[in-house]
Design a protein around this ligand. Structure first.
Ligand SMILES: [Zn+2]
Length: 451
């Protein structure tokens, strides 16, 4: 059974091959020695939870609907409401704030559950207030509490990103007034010459309150029609503001085919690149709190149906996406769905050998290491991994090679007998294959095998 499992995992890696996975594409065969390939981290498939539209203090859905309604009446009075504006008649059921105390409770629960992912922090949400200057009309203490909860509780398990500046209308950076353009409207096809400054400004506002963000989230399809230029601008802004050489962005969803982790703008010599994190499922938590809300669409009670088992079966990163308002409004409808989905995912993987919760940045770093590291052979039993793209839990399969001893940079790894005990700093022999995992540092790593 265990053997079959490992084989399935290896085949999964090989199947991913045609997508340009560098080192794992063809594997690497030492002269007369074993073939080596990179596997999923700890032979487990990444799970990650993306939370969009979270802001300090305000409920973004409330203001988005209000502003979109006003805008439409001014500019396109004969058009029908679209997007979240269809919920204009429910504004009286939507609070205009979401309390920091709730964010604390939510973040604590996710931490206890081992859930990891990405949490947006819109820095000038709906133009109502700047995260570094305060929200006029709201108690100053609420922003303070939000910053404390975000940094001390949520950040432990979630990357923090801006979702551009307002997530509603585009800001004129000279006057800080809102323009008539929309970040997720006109700026789906953004002016390239202004992109880096706009993104860097969003990152800087977070930095002003002590948050060095790990990447960015697109509001809607912001940047989509110029994705190459947009992802370049995110990398440039990340380097400029936070000296972050390996950020990520979240823009795309893949709801039918199998998701991948595309890496763009690689400079191997400098060690810079950017990962595109792709959501694999719709927001079935409930978005505004009044949209589709159904755990079965993620994973059915019998653990067989729904989108997640299909993606996990192919061993591709299963990235869930939910919008923050639904976790609180309408009697916490989205939080209830999340609790049910987590319960089912735990049942799907009771001994925690199939899946691993990761932050978006951890997935990005792993895929960079997987695709951009170089493996060479020193002699038949010594390999060298050279990289400027470090990662935790770097996992290799040595095919047709039963190792008796493995050393990484001269230090012995511990042999374990079951996948349950397999972690960084160990190796595991199953049948004719050996799997090993270690934290891959930048530079050269020497792997010595005694077969
Ligand atoms: Zn959004």
């Amino acid at each position: 059974m265990k053997n079959e499992l490992s084989r399935r995992r290896f085949l999964g890696t090989a199947a991913a091959a045609g997508l340009g996975l560098g080192l794992s594409r063809n594997g690497f065969a030492a002269q007369g020695g074993a073939r080596v390939t990179v596997c999923n981290p700890l032979l487990r498939t990444p799970l990650s939870l993306i939370i969009d539209d979270s802001c300090p203090v305000i409920n973004k859905a409330y203001y988005w609907i209000l502003q979109r309604h006003d805008w439409r009446l001014r500019h396109e009075p004969n058009s029908r409401p679209s997007g979240w504006e269809v919920h204009y008649d429910k504004l009286d059921k939507m609070p205009n704030t979401i309390p920091a105390a709730f964010a604390a409770e939510w973040g604590q629960w996710c931490g206890e559950q081992g859930i990891r992912g990405k949490f947006s922090m819109v820095p000038f949400p709906a133009g109502v207030g700047r995260i570094d200057k305060g929200f006029p009309g709201f108690p100053a203490q609420e922003l303070k509490d939000w910053l404390r909860v975000t940094k001390e509780i949520i950040w432990k398990n979630f990357d923090l990103t801006p979702e551009m500046l307002t997530h509603t209308r585009v800001v004129d950076l000279k006057t800080w007034e809102l323009t008539d353009q929309w970040e997720q409207g006109e700026w789906v096809d953004p002016p390239v010459d202004r992109l880096t400054e706009y993104i860097a400004t969003a990152m800087q506002l977070l930095k002003n309150v002590g948050i060095a963000c790990d990447g960015v989230t697109s509001p809607g399809a912001f940047g989509k029609r110029k994705e190459e230029a947009y992802s370049r601008a995110v990398l440039d802004a990340a380097l400029q503001v936070n000296n972050n050489p390996r950020p990520f962005y979240f823009l795309n969803m893949e709801m039918e085919e199998m998701p991948d982790v595309p890496i763009r703008h690689v400079d191997k010599a400098k060690g810079t690149a950017i990962a595109s994190i792709i959501g694999c499922a719709g927001d079935w938590f409930g978005a505004t709190g009044f949209d589709t809300s159904n755990p079965d669409l993620f994973i059915t009670a019998d653990l067989q149906g729904g989108r997640l088992p299909a993606v996990l079966a192919k061993e591709r990163p299963a990235v869930l996406v939910g919008h923050w308002p639904c976790f609180y409004v309408n009697d916490r409808i989205g939080f209830k769905v999340l609790k049910e989905v987590k319960k089912r995912l735990d049942a799907y993987d009771p001994d925690k050998t199939k899946t691993i919760w990761m932050k978006n940045s951890e997935i990005g770093h792993y895929w960079m290491a997987r695709e951009l590291s170089e493996l060479s052979v020193a002699d038949g039993s010594k390999y060298r991994v050279s990289t400027k793209f470090p990662t935790d839990d770097f996992t290799l399969a040595i095919h047709d090679g039963v190792a008796k001893r493995i050393q990484v940079n001269g230090t012995d790894l511990r042999q374990v007998q079951s996948q349950r005990d397999f972690r960084s700093g160990t190796f595991l022999v199953t049948g004719k294959e050996t799997f090993t995992a270690f934290d891959l540092k930048a530079g050269d790593t020497t792997l010595s095998l005694t077969l």
